[in-house]
Design a protein around this ligand. Structure first.
Ligand SMILES: O=P(O)(O)OC[C@H]1O[C@H](O)[C@H](O)[C@@H](O)[C@@H]1O
Length: 529
């Protein structure tokens, strides 16, 4: 009989009155109904609810076969994707794998090194990764539901070229695996045209809910992790967290208590772990809750911390700073490996009282002491504990948070399954990059950018004043515009000279008007700082 994931909110109960808790029960029931009868906002994105039961078995088999192929013909798998298209796989790999897996000698490693890329726009990151690939056999899994996300698309261009250079176009095709929409999108079309093997992100599962689909499963399978156990864990969790009754459903209790805390000003939730292997699980969780709840001017801000590391940096704030925090500690009952503290005859650090103690035990005491201190400091503490860091419990944990997030979003009164706010920066970025169709926005945004700057280069000053660069340069050289050398270029402090910008413009008008007459010597735009 499998053990269960434990949720304990005893260290938060002092912050929530009994009637506040009881009053949430009917709201939980409504949220449960909305989710299960598919009547709430975002109802077209509830495919994840029954996915652990209803996933496509044929595709699952194809994932297994593709992973075996990658394991046999590749030293490296590159996983290209961003947000929901990489965080889940990275989280699972980090927890189930070796902390330094990619660096292990080949004799200690049975499966390919795995690197995640296309999750930033950093040329440094990509060129450094290319250095690592020298002399290695590489396969690529490109993951994008929309197929048009900028970061993975740029990375894919670069690595596709890299593969084609190394293997030739035809052989490269056998090393490219695409995970995208079933029918639509640029990536799907490219995959069909080129004959890349394709896996599906179902229409009714959003990116942040997709880790148990091909999105997460292919990289997870390549890493050698047990995807059957992962799915079984999620399946059992689905069953376990189906109960509508708040008093008997830990998943709903988590949703309820965080909502109760939010209502009284605890607007930041810190997901805390004492194992660095959970770092990316927290990143996955942050996207899950951040994109699901942060809208309509509402939502708990999901943040994370790693203890005891961050107790030496953020610890002061958590203990003593603004009281808008609560913590959810993710704990593993039994560490996968343990070490013993050695005796030091000189006892220079005074720690001989720990001699013979297991490090896992010391970590546990750090955790227990911290919880008490933080609760005393006014930080409610929740605990989510898994028996062991295995694929089975991880599958359950993923489902626990996915469902809690959906319910929590409904309690908050938002659509937990859309993310309209993510588009704003994208539209601006496209406009600034000159994407066709964005011409009007481009001019407006560039004007705003110039307006918001303190320092302008010659080029920016020229654009700002709509004057030729040569004119600005000439006036700087004549000493009529004050500028300072910054490396090879001049920069102009716009704020300092703001009241003169108009005069610089006039200077130009004078010149234009009196093209044949000299500019009056007395007109000087130089000024005190
Ligand atoms: O899978 P993709 O379509 O490339 O999307 C990747 C990510 O980017 C977007 O900006 C969304 O906000 C995320 O929810 C999504 O996970």
């Amino acid at each position: 009989m499998n053990k269960t994931i434990r949720f304990d909110y005893a260290n938060a109960r002092a912050f929530v009155k009994q009637h506040e808790w009881e009053q949430l029960a009917p709201a939980i029931e409504i949220a449960h109904q909305m989710l299960h009868s598919r009547t709430g906002p975002g109802k077209d994105y509830l495919g994840w609810v029954d996915w652990p039961e209803q996933y496509d078995r044929d595709e699952y088999e194809r994932i297994r076969q593709a992973s075996a192929r990658i394991q046999s013909d590749s030293d490296v798998l590159l996983v290209i994707g961003i947000g929901g298209s990489y965080l889940g796989a990275k989280a699972v790999l980090d927890i189930l794998g070796h902390s330094f897996y990619n660096l292990l000698p080949k004799s200690k490693r049975r499966f390919p090194e795995i690197y995640f890329v296309g999750n930033n726009i950093s040329p440094i990151y990509i060129s450094h990764l290319m250095d690592v690939l020298e002399g290695k056999n590489v396969s690529v899994n490109v993951i994008s539901k929309s197929g048009t996300t900028t970061e993975p698309a740029i990375a894919f261009r670069l690595f596709r070229e890299w593969l084609e250079k190394k293997y030739g176009r035809e052989k490269a095709k056998k090393r490219i695996y695409i995970t995208t929409d079933k029918q639509r999108g640029a990536l799907k079309k490219l995959a069909d045209d080129e004959g890349y093997e394709c896996f599906v992100i179902p229409d009714d599962i959003g990116g942040r809910y997709s880790v148990l689909t091909a999105v997460g499963l292919l990289p997870i399978a390549v890493s050698g992790a047990n995807m059957d156990a992962l799915m079984q864990g999620a399946r059992d969790a689905r069953e376990r967290y189906m109960v509508m009754d708040l008093s008997d459903n830990p998943c709903y209790q988590y949703a309820a208590i965080r909502n109760a805390l939010y209502r009284k000003g605890k607007t930041v939730e810190l997901l805390v772990s004492y194992e660095p292997q959970f770092r990316y699980f927290a990143e996955w969780w942050k996207q899950l809750f951040g994109e699901s709840e942060g809208k309509d001017g509402k939502g708990i801000f999901p943040a994370s911390a790693e203890f005891s590391t961050d107790l030496h940096s953020l610890g002061q704030y958590i203990q003593d700073g603004m009281r808008h925090l609560f913590e959810t500690v993710l704990s593993v009952r039994k560490p996968a490996v343990d070490l013993t503290v050695q005796e030091d005859p000189a006892d220079v650090d005074g720690l001989n009282f720990l001699t013979g103690k297991r490090m896992g035990y010391v970590n546990k005491k750090a955790f227990e002491g911290t919880v008490l201190a933080h609760v005393d400091g006014g930080v409610p503490n929740l605990l989510v504990e898994i028996p062991e860091a295995t694929a089975y419990y991880l599958g359950g944990l993923i489902y626990f948070f996915e469902k809690a997030c959906g319910i929590s979003g409904y309690l908050l009164g938002v659509n937990p399954f859309d993310q309209p706010g993510v588009e704003a920066y994208k539209a601006n970025m496209f406009a600034l990059l000159g994407k066709p169709g964005y011409e009007r926005q481009k001019a407006e945004l560039e004007a705003r950018l110039r307006e918001n700057k303190t320092y302008l280069t010659v080029e920016e000053t020229a654009a700002y004043l709509e004057l030729p660069e040569t004119f600005i340069m000439e006036k700087i050289k004549q000493g009529r515009i004050r500028a300072v050398h910054d490396g090879n270029e001049y920069i102009i402090n716009k704020e300092q000279f703001n009241h003169h910008l108009e005069e610089i413009r006039k200077l130009r008008e004078f010149e234009d008007a009196a093209r044949h007459e000299p500019i009056p010597e007395s007109y000087d735009v130089k000024d005190e700082d």
